[in-house]
Design a protein around this ligand. Structure first.
Ligand code: PSV
Ligand code: MN
Ligand code: MN
Length: 389
């Protein structure tokens, strides 16, 4: 039996970080379909994020991407943090960007030319300065570095350059700050990627020290990869820093989390709960693009999808599961897990929201609020998020 009160108490402590770039226009390399009313600057992105938090109650932080969210002036980022605070939010992970400059054709901190490596490192160090100003805990690093053709560059030397660069940035981290290293199988590099998998990321983090953790983007694996196994392993080693949640049918699709494979999301959350990862040590972040659907409702839906998977994972009858496992009762053990997955957790989540003073139906409440209509009327000329911004 699972304790409903304990499940509800845990759900009330959940925090899902939303990405600033999900609020802006985005698309594929074929077309960006612009939407009316999207934010024109980081301040407006925070206004929209505040709505997501207002109606879900569990999205109190917003990740920034630099330079997509660059603000002017000496105290710009401190002001942005204050603006967030005034809306009940905090600024979350600072995502570095060493992939959108002509200089990075052959990579950034793995580039063969020391001058380009220096430029990329200076950007990463600047991101830590920004963290100091915003009070952010996490620096999130994803490198587009890699090669397209066998022989193009020396695989081992690129790893040496990566280790050297990471060590310099690690040394700059302050008290309480962390480095989250994100891996990705391929794209934009198609032959080798310098951080292609959790093993490479983990090996670098181990060498760096305890402030370095691996971040698992759920869209960054080969099809069929058992992501929950990776999650269980990283948790056992104390090196799971967080998630970039999204879902995919084919590659790095960046669709809404829980949309393509809600069962996989449940299995991941089961390992998080079972492995003691349901704490602030593990950052639950979204990394998605809403290319054809309305953005704010899609982000609300995504937060709800994470909540539903979590509620199901918290509902697993752990005692019955352990008993079945120790007896070698294969079907019984699987049945315990499937019972939790098959549970309709929407009623308990409605209760949770009511007890938090929220409307039990976040999407309907958002629609009634009129915010979507208001931003269409007030914001003219919304910008593309990141890519091309
Ligand atoms: C790369 O595909 C990635 O997942 C990284 O997290 C980037 O920072 C993000 O996408 C940008 O959308
Ligand atoms: Mn990501
Ligand atoms: Mn990605």
């Amino acid at each position: 039996m699972t304790d409903r009160a304990a499940v509800k108490a845990a759900l009330k402590t959940q925090a899902v970080e939303t990405p600033s770039w999900a609020y802006g226009n985005s698309g594929t390399r074929f077309k960006v379909f612009t939407q009316a009313g999207v934010p024109r600057d980081p301040w407006e992105k925070l206004q929209d994020a505040a709505k997501v938090h207002e109606f879900t109650g569990v999205a109190p932080t917003v990740a920034l991407h630099i330079p997509w969210d660059r603000v002017d002036g000496h105290d710009g980022y401190a002001e942005l943090a204050k603006y967030a605070e005034e809306r009940g939010l905090r600024l979350g992970a600072i995502n570095a960007n060493t992939f959108q400059d002509d200089d990075y054709r052959l990579g950034s901190i793995c580039h063969p030319d020391a001058a380009v490596r220096r430029k990329a490192l200076d950007h990463l160090l600047e991101c830590v300065d920004i963290m100091d100003a915003t009070g952010s805990r996490d620096l999130k690093l994803w490198f587009a570095d890699g090669t397209n053709y066998p022989g193009q560059d020396d695989i081992r030397e690129r790893q040496d350059r990566l280790a050297e660069g990471l060590a310099e940035v690690y040394g700059r981290l302050g008290e309480g700050q962390r480095m989250l290293l994100e891996y990705k199988l391929f794209e934009p590099a198609f032959y080798t990627t310098d951080v292609p998998d959790w093993g490479t990321a983990y090996a670098h983090c181990l060498k760096l020290g305890p402030k370095a953790r691996v971040v698992v983007d759920t869209g960054h694996h080969a099809p069929g990869t058992n992501i929950e196994f990776i999650v269980a392993t990283l948790l056992r080693e104390g090196r799971l820093g967080g998630f970039d949640f999204n879902s995919r049918f084919y590659a790095d699709d960046d669709l809404m989390v829980g949309a393509a494979d809600p069962f996989q999301l449940f299995r991941i959350m089961c390992e998080v709960v079972h492995g003691g990862g349901f704490t602030s040590e593990v950052a639950f972040m979204l990394d998605q693009c809403h290319n054809i659907e309305a953005k704010i409702p899609a982000i609300i839906r995504s937060v709800m999808n994470v909540q539903e998977a979590t509620a199901k994972a918290l509902s697993v009858d752990r005692e019955a599961l352990a008993e079945a496992q120790v007896c070698g009762d294969v079907l019984g053990a699987n049945g315990v897990l499937m019972d939790a997955y098959g549970t309709d957790v929407r009623p308990v989540l409605r209760e949770v929201r009511e007890e938090m003073g929220l409307d039990p139906e976040p999407l309907a409440a958002y629609a009634r609020s009129g915010w979507g209509r208001r931003i269409v009327a007030e914001r003219v000329g919304g910008r593309q998020a990141g890519w091309g911004a």
